[in-house]
Design a protein around this ligand. Sequence first.
Ligand code: PMV
Length: 317
Amino acid sequence: MISKASAPGKIILFGEHFVVHGTRAIVGAINKRVTVTSEKNDTAAISISSSLGKATIPITEEVDGVEKKFRPFFFVAKEVISDHNFKNGVNIEIESDIPIGAGLGSSSACCVAAAASVSNLFSRTDISQVLDLAIDAERTIFPRTSGADCTVSALGGIIEYQKESDPKPIKTEHDFDFVVVNSQKMHNTDAVVSRVNKFKDGNTDTFSELCTEEDNLITKAVNSLQTFDLETIGKCMSQNQIFLERIGVSNDVLLNIIKSIEKETFGAKLTGAGDGGCVIALTDKAKKDSVVQNMSTEYETYPVTIEKTGIQLNITN
Ligand code: PMV
């Protein structure tokens, strides 16, 4: 039996970093996906194959001892195998069209697709179990994750996310067009999240005011997403960028991209941890191609839409 599952990447429209500290965030799945194919094997090892390399790891190995790029997949396989008292291993193959280390949710989509693919090899599993397993897998490499990325990858669409609360899908019939510009500066989410923690510790009042302002901004943004008020959404994005600058996660490369793209779009901001990674801009559908063309002379640029489908599953015997 072969179990194939795919899951989308994401953009954070509003609230990155603040979400780690309990504020709401708005996250959208994007039309770039990871596909994980798995099957049982008759060895005592878990084999993993992706564009980042190949590894065959005995099932007795400790999760912490496994190289980071393979760890979440190994964790997922080991958990599922042990839950089902399976004595052998599994083969896992990962294919992705999400850029790595750019803040577009590549690792979360991998965790979600792997959790869905491997779980369903053994028994039909519901989405909330798959999501819990995916978040635990992501915690093996990023212990402080808010869980927002995995949640939107599993559910698809645009969601309002807050830690410890059920995610709220934002219902809209409209299509949103974004342009994503990759600064091609790799970032380390854990390091940036630690820096924000330090900022918070040294600036308690400012940080708490910013959390309140971010929350107010999100209320406005949710309304404008529901009413398809692109002008207001764009303004909210620009305002969110200012909050992110205040906590020190933007930089000159990102600011240059934002300055040049915001002239021809509704608004732009960094997305994800910052310090590198990508900028997103909300654009008019009719202008999208020319925005992409103008930006791509200097940066890797792609048009992105919101993907309505989260986990997609395909099991063949
Ligand atoms: O850059 P990414 O895709 O790792 O996004 C990180 C988003 C943060 O809010 C900074 C962390 C989180 O877990 O929500």
